[in-house]
Design a protein around this ligand. Structure first.
Ligand SMILES: Cc1ncc(COP(=O)(O)O)c(C=O)c1O
Length: 378
């Protein structure tokens, strides 16, 4: 067996020394405050049953047999893409194997030489990787800072063929929300194209969880939207929503779409079934009830200063230093509550935090317990 080259061993050693080594854990048993399964749909028997029924007349139930452009496109792919587009009020949709693939495939193919992309400094790694595969120039702007964004638009517009902006509607590591209407106004004012990642607002905001873009009626103002299904939808995959032309463009030029085996039918059937569950109004209501209860208890315990303000399912308690945040997470885990510390380098040095995910199924007592442990140990 080959040994790891010393240069790679050194990198692992540095992680160990910084107390930031990533390791995998299975069988975590306890109260779930860490998964992205905000609505509990990953555990839904009815979603599984509906998906099974949907697959009854399908042949290739185990794998999709090829890439979408060869043997991998089934009628279910096309039907679900249309359903998703209709639900999110877009002209068209194109499925990808994951949100990571969707962002890599979208940004790497759309951005051309002499284009400029301005991205929020907290944008997800999958967008950054897509940018790195493109020939465009890219610059970050300060998180949610409209003034900095407009300054950069004005600075880079003259020499750019096309300017694009990339934001998330709910930021994955902070849980806060983008000033979407203001950003759309800026885009209109300066003729800039906006690309929005709705990974953490799909299934949470908007009518039946259609996302923040729909909640604000901005569907026609956005060049492309990415909705992922591994979060509130509790399943797997992603869709890029936009114009029919954008869909055709991605089918022709998005390498992350073209050069991979198509998303399997059981995943597509599960996506359809999970979207059907979004029609159950009480599911989203339960989640929002938990979110407002959590915020009330945070305030009551005098913890507001420690938390990033959030109305989403993601809530972060800031606790700088990998050691400190790891110790607190361990204390919480010892009491049967599952939360994860977010360490540097996943977040910037000094921005380490506990990331708490709220779910429609968390009880008030569970929320009380978690916040009591935090307030006693912080
Ligand atoms: C904002 C954002 N975009 C994209 C992704 C990637 O989605 P997926 O997990 O489906 O690959 C994530 C998940 O980590 C995310 O938080």
């Amino acid at each position: 067996m080959y040994h790891l080259p010393n240069s790679l061993k050194d990198k692992l050693q540095t992680r160990i020394e910084n107390n930031s080594l990533r390791t995998l854990h299975v069988n975590n048993v306890g109260l779930d405050f860490y998964s992205n399964d905000y609505l509990g749909l990953a555990q839904s028997k009815s979603v599984a049953e509906k998906a099974k029924m949907c697959l009854e007349n399908s042949h290739d139930v185990n794998g999709s047999t090829g890439s979408r452009l060869i043997s991998g496109t089934h009628s279910l792919h096309i039907e679900v893409e249309s359903e998703l587009a209709r639900f999110h009020k877009a002209e068209s949709g194109l499925l990808f194997n994951s949100g990571y693939d969707a962002n890599v495939g979208l940004f790497s193919s759309v951005l051309q030489k002499n284009d400029v992309l301005l991205f929020d400094e907290l944008i997800h790694a999958s967008v950054r990787d897509g940018i790195r595969l493109s020939a465009a120039n890219s610059y970050k702007f300060k998180h949610n800072d409209i003034y900095d964004l407009e300054t950069k638009i004005l600075r880079f517009k003259q020499n750019a063929r096309q300017v694009y902006i990339s934001i998330e509607t709910v930021y994955s590591m902070d849980g806060d929300t983008a000033p979407l209407q203001d950003i759309v106004n800026l885009c209109e004012k300066h003729g800039v194209y906006l690309i929005v990642d709705e990974a953490h607002s799909g299934g949470v905001f908007g009518e039946n969880g259609s996302g923040l873009v729909c909640a604000l009626g901005l569907e026609t103002k956005i060049f492309a939207r990415v909705h992922t299904f591994g979060k509130a939808l509790g399943c797997h995959g992603a869709v890029v929503l936009g114009s029919e032309d954008l869909r055709n463009y991605l089918i022709n030029f998005s390498r992350a779409f073209i050069y991979t085996t198509a998303i399997p039918l059981h995943a597509v059937a599960t996506i359809r079934a999970a979207y059907e569950s979004l029609q159950e109004k009480e599911l989203l209501q339960n989640l929002h009830f938990r979110i407002s209860y959590f915020n009330k208890v945070v305030q009551k315990l005098g913890l507001s200063e420690k938390f990033i303000k959030s109305n989403s399912a993601i809530h972060c308690c800031m606790l700088p230093g990998n050691d400190r945040v790891k110790n607190l997470a361990q204390k919480i885990q010892n009491q049967g509550v599952l939360v994860k510390p977010i360490l540097s380098p996943t977040v910037a040095n000094g921005q380490e935090r506990l990331r708490i995910c709220l779910h429609a199924f968390n009880t008030k007592q569970e929320i009380d317990l978690l916040l009591k442990i935090i307030s006693e140990n912080i």
